[in-house]
Design a protein around this ligand. Structure first.
Ligand SMILES: Cc1cc2nc3c(=O)[nH]c(=O)nc-3n(C[C@H](O)[C@H](O)[C@H](O)COP(=O)(O)OP(=O)(O)OC[C@H]3O[C@@H](n4cnc5c(N)ncnc54)[C@H](O)[C@@H]3O)c2cc1C
Ligand SMILES: *[C@@H]1O[C@H](CO)[C@@H](O)[C@H](O)[C@H]1NC(C)=O
Ligand SMILES: *[C@@H]1O[C@H](CO)[C@@H](O)[C@H](O)[C@H]1NC(C)=O
Ligand SMILES: *[C@@H]1O[C@H](CO)[C@@H](O)[C@H](O)[C@H]1NC(C)=O
Ligand SMILES: *[C@@H]1O[C@H](CO)[C@@H](O)[C@H](O)[C@H]1NC(C)=O
Length: 568
């Protein structure tokens, strides 16, 4: 009795009963009559069928079945991975039953079926992918505690209803499109700071705390939380996409900045992944499992985050270069020199033009490829030294003395960084002028090893220009990560798709990734397959099916779970 299966099953009285009833013979017979059962299908449907069969058998005692020694493979697949063609399409139940169950626990204002809300919880004007007409949730729920989220999941689990979690709604890859309709859980009422441990440099927050509010809350304490994605994004969704932003080169991404999470699982069970120490060898790192899982494995209801000390002095420098090539070369040199900068953002000439045109800055910047630096330190001398070193590199790369300047005031610093943060929207505004109000936007997000950045950017600019498309480029250059924002009229979608494919293939050729920080969502699943190959995705699928066998949590995101899925 040493097999793994025995241990896994022994927690359940039901399975112990099955073990006692030696039903092996009958199971074999029943398996043989079902054409699908003999393979190692991991499908939820098959699980249910198998459990039903065994349930019937367990009630009788007519055969012999030792579940431990020889667990039948159709119930307990022997494989470490789960290929798509070994699954069956999921089958979902009636959402109304979930709402009926929940009426006992939720106030009426926590349940919405208003058309506006169903619409704005499944789409945004800046997303690369949009839902089809029937891809709307049936209801939006507003839980106020971890326990309520758990009650919702228990009801959804009981009735087999899919659930999509939602916080800021700023993700860009159709992350919260309810491909199976179901119910959206909007966590916006869980927006409190629970505890600040200043002396430990950590903070415990609820999932709808926004990073901007958090920055405002922490600044007077001299503290900063690193990740800074799109305006409006919140901790829950930031864990979901493993986001980063302009600060990542200094403070890292979400992955480096979350200590522990409280997560509600698909069946409603509540898991806290770790306590608060920065360091721990205590078993699997479950925290990391949920970061970047895009709401497909669990719902984050609380997070303990790492904090950093705000630099005492900080300068913002703006440097323009004659060519994109020069700017990108400066980036590589700065990184390779090991200089400590707090941010290094690259905006191409087109982007500077759109920023200028948006009126969000006071028109002082040349419409040339531009680097924006945040240079910080604990003393003015430290800042001066770093600045001089960076200046020298920029001069070497042809920036020209008059093209290296500092933000002259705190307001200008703020204005510049805001202009950078809303680059996507400035590009979209430019697109509207060109193509009308119905303009579309496609955001790309590749990242490459830093030595390949120059080449990769040049290639991107070339394929965009060759296709005569309008696009800006912005780059979290310190991380070799850049976005092209392509604006286009609806009828050009195929053309844009081709250009995006060229960029992505080039990035992979350079040993890069298809997404540095935005995630996969629904739109990049095929790119992910290209990046990693089948086996790693099959392993992800195995984890998904193990933790969420009914496929309730944000189905169809990151990778396919349904062999009949036609989305592309
Ligand atoms: C103008 C603009 C600029 C941007 N700049 C950046 C940038 O610099 N860097 C960057 O990384 N991103 C950037 N983004 C993208 C976006 O801000 C990030 O992806 C962000 O992490 C999304 O957070 P959110 O709260 O809006 O999540 P949502 O869009 O609400 O959700 C994102 C995903 O997480 C899931 N999710 C939501 N809540 C939870 C939860 N509680 N538990 C588990 N899963 C959950 C959702 O189901 C979904 O799959 C930008 C977006 C815009 C519009
Ligand atoms: C969605 O629309 C409703 C009703 O118009 C509004 O109150 C709410 O703030 C909107 N929510 C989002 C996330 O845009
Ligand atoms: C576990 O993963 C989280 C999230 O990626 C990370 O921040 C943390 O450092 C890891 N913890 C340990 C103890 O390795
Ligand atoms: C910025 O745009 C305005 C018009 O929107 C233009 O007059 C001005 O020359 C531009 N600035 C630069 C530096 O190109
Ligand atoms: C500033 O000083 C603190 C404490 O001495 C240190 O932890 C931090 O890394 C320093 N910051 C910079 C940017 O050098």
């Amino acid at each position: 009795m040493h097999c793994v299966a025995r241990r896994a099953f022994s927690t359940s009285k039901f399975w112990q009963n099955v073990g006692k009833n030696d039903a092996k013979q009958s199971i074999k017979t029943s398996a043989a009559t079902s054409d699908k059962s003999s393979s190692s299908r991991g499908s939820n449907l098959l699980y249910s069928a198998a459990i039903l069969t065994i349930g019937v058998l367990a009630g009788t005692s007519w055969a012999s079945f030792n579940i431990c020694k020889d667990p039948p493979e159709f119930i307990f697949p022997h494989t470490s991975t789960l290929p798509l063609d070994k699954t069956l399409p999921p089958i979902y139940g009636d959402y109304q039953k979930v709402l009926d169950d929940l009426k006992a626990y939720l106030k009426s204002d926590q349940i919405s079926v208003s058309k506006d809300e169903l619409q704005n919880h499944s789409d945004s004007f800046f997303s690369t992918d949009h839902p089809k007409d029937d891809e709307r949730p049936y209801a939006v729920l507003y839980p106020e505690s971890t326990v309520q989220v758990s009650l919702i999941m228990k009801a959804a689990h009981k009735h087999h209803v899919p659930i999509v979690p939602y916080t800021g709604g700023t993700s860009l890859e159709g992350h919260y499109i309810p491909t199976r309709q179901g119910i959206c859980i909007d966590l916006s009422r869980m927006n409190k700071v629970i505890a600040l441990h200043k002396e430990d440099l950590d903070i415990v927050v609820q999932p709808a705390v926004g990073w901007e509010d958090l920055a405002e809350y922490l600044a007077p304490e001299g503290l900063i939380f690193g990740p800074d994605p799109g305006p409006g994004a919140c901790i829950g969704g930031m864990c979901g996409t493993s986001c980063s932003g302009t600060n990542a080169a200094r403070y890292g991404t979400m992955r480096e900045n979350v200590i522990s999470l409280t997560v509600v699982m698909a069946d409603g069970s509540i898991v806290k992944t770790k306590r608060r120490p920065k360091k721990s060898s205590a078993g699997y790192n479950l925290t990391n499992l949920f970061i970047g899982s895009e709401g497909t494995l669990g719902i984050v209801t609380e997070a303990t985050l790492k904090l950093n000390i705000l630099p005492k002095f900080e300068n913002v420098a703006v440097v323009s270069f004659p060519t994109l090539d020069d700017a990108a070369k400066a980036v590589a040199k700065v990184v390779q020199s090991g200089l400590q900068f707090n941010a290094m953002e690259l905006l191409d000439a087109e982007m500077m033009k759109f920023v200028n045109g948006s009126g969000s800055v006071t028109n002082k910047y040349k419409e040339l490829p531009t680097l924006m630096f945040k240079l910080g330190g604990n003393s003015t001398n430290v800042v001066k030294e770093i600045t001089n070193d960076i200046k020298a590199i920029c001069y070497e790369c042809n920036c020209g003395k008059s093209n290296f300047r500092f933000a002259s005031s705190d307001e200008e610093k703020e204005e510049l960084w805001t202009a950078r943060k809303v680059a996507l929207w400035s590009t979209l505004d430019a697109g509207k002028l060109l193509h009308g109000p119905d303009t579309q936007i496609w955001t790309t997000d590749v990242a490459v090893p830093i030595s390949k950045l120059v080449y990769s950017l040049e290639h991107a600019r070339k394929v965009i220009d060759d296709a005569k498309l309008t696009a800006s480029i912005v780059s979290h250059a310190g991380d070799g990560n850049y976005h092209t924002f392509i604006v286009y009229p609806k009828e050009d979608r195929e053309k844009v798709q081709k250009v995006v494919e060229q960029m992505v293939h080039k990035a992979l050729e350079l040993d890069g990734t298809v997404t540095g920080e935005h995630g996969i969502g629904i739109g990049k699943r095929d790119f992910l397959l290209e990046e990693l190959g089948d086996t790693p995705i099959d392993l992800m699928r195995k984890i998904k099916f193990a933790l969420d066998p009914l496929l309730l949590l944000n189905p169809d995101k990151v990778f396919r779970i349904d062999p009949e899925d036609k989305h592309n």
